[in-house]
Write a protein that binds this ligand. Structure first.
Ligand code: CIR
Length: 258
């Protein structure tokens, strides 16, 4: 059987305006854009080393958050849903990404206000998509995701979030049966039926990983989570994106895998 994992990663370069990106808290030290760019380049290289073709979109200086490309599209079931982003200042990021996905051959689906949704709130594992109801994603956004994906054979479930920016700020999938979840971050029964690996509180940021086949990119400096991932039979590859994290960007936010 052919592997059905992703083949292409869409990424978007880091703008010079990154220090003006949205952030829940001011960073302890200012964002160093050159370092953020080097870290981003290393992340893209790590994706390539996993065998993915990369499509690199140019930064748009008007949109300090544009490198967090995951939020601008949800690709599943053979289509790309281009959501109405939860943060009004980010909405202009979408057309360039949508055009690139369309050029890649993906049919596009749209979302209209008052529905809002960020891709970072959508976690696909197997034939299910969990949608975090967050500051950015509302019930109408969830309803639109259901309307787009359920006819295509995917079950869509809402998960109320009490804290954190996005659903995937505190969880991510390793394979079709396994999910990593930051300890205490989500309702305990959210992922019933899956194997749940619990990330210790001091490494909570490591709950957001990029899994491609049996390889997993995880945040550097999280040895307990790294050991847990390796113990589950995966190859763990630490990647340092600390400057991007100052603007609340986790690893998955930096790419759309197709
Ligand atoms: C924002 O607040 O929208 C950006 N500064 C960070 C977005 C992170 N995206 C993601 O986790 N999918």
């Amino acid at each position: 059987m052919q592997p059905t994992g992703p083949r292409t990663a869409f990424v978007r370069h880091v703008p010079v305006t990154l220090p003006r990106a949205l952030a829940k808290e001011a960073p302890p030290t200012p964002i160093d854009v050159d370092l953020a760019r080097r870290q981003h380049a290393a992340y893209v290289e790590a994706l390539r080393a996993l065998g993915l073709e990369t499509v690199e979109l140019p930064a748009d200086e008007r949109y300090p958050d544009c490198c967090f490309v995951e939020d601008t599209a949800v690709v599943a079931g053979g289509v790309a849903l281009i959501p109405n982003l939860g943060a009004a200042t980010r909405r202009g990021e979408s057309p360039v990404v949508a055009a690139a996905l369309a050029r890649h051959g993906l049919p596009l689906e749209s979302m209209t206000p008052p529905a809002t949704l960020d891709g970072g709130d959508c976690l696909r594992i197997g034939a299910r998509i969990w949608v975090g109801l967050s500051e950015r994603t509302n019930a109408a956004g969830l309803a639109r995701a259901k309307a787009v994906f359920e006819p295509r054979g995917l079950e869509v479930r809402g998960v109320p979030l009490e804290r954190g920016l996005h659903l995937k700020s505190s969880c991510s999938g390793l394979d079709d049966h396994t999910v990593l979840v930051a300890d205490g971050a989500l309702p305990v029964d959210a992922f019933r039926g899956l194997t749940v690996l619990t990330v210790p509180p001091e490494e909570a940021l490591a709950a957001n990983v990029v899994a491609v086949g049996r390889s997993v990119l995880l945040a550097a400096g999280c040895p307990r989570t790294q050991a847990m991932i390796e113990g589950a039979g995966f190859r763990a590859i630490p990647v340092d994106t600390g400057e991007l994290r100052k603007a609340d960007g986790a690893l998955t936010c930096l790419s759309i895998l197709v």
